[in-house]
Unconditional design. Sequence first.
Length: 105
Amino acid sequence: MQNSINLLRCNDNIIINKKLIHEIGIDAAILYSELLNRYEHLQQRDVLESDIFEYTIIDMNKAITLTGYQQRKAIKTLEKQGLIVSKACGLPAKRYFKILTDERT
């Protein structure tokens, strides 16, 4: 029992909004939450350039267990919803993300 409590108390939790899950699906909601966590972490460390950050397929898979295909599908959903912009650059290609914010809210 103590192991379960310690596991849940660690900082490796993902917080997902239930309304968001219903709107965009579970995979996209998990990926979006992870991108927000990554953005916040990098922002606190003051290492963001133009609010753009890299997140590889392998690192994301290790963090949230979505396959490359699931990630691409979720990213496409998030882009269609206007929540993020992604771009692949370089050889080998690296993925870069920018979280879009609605300044009106």
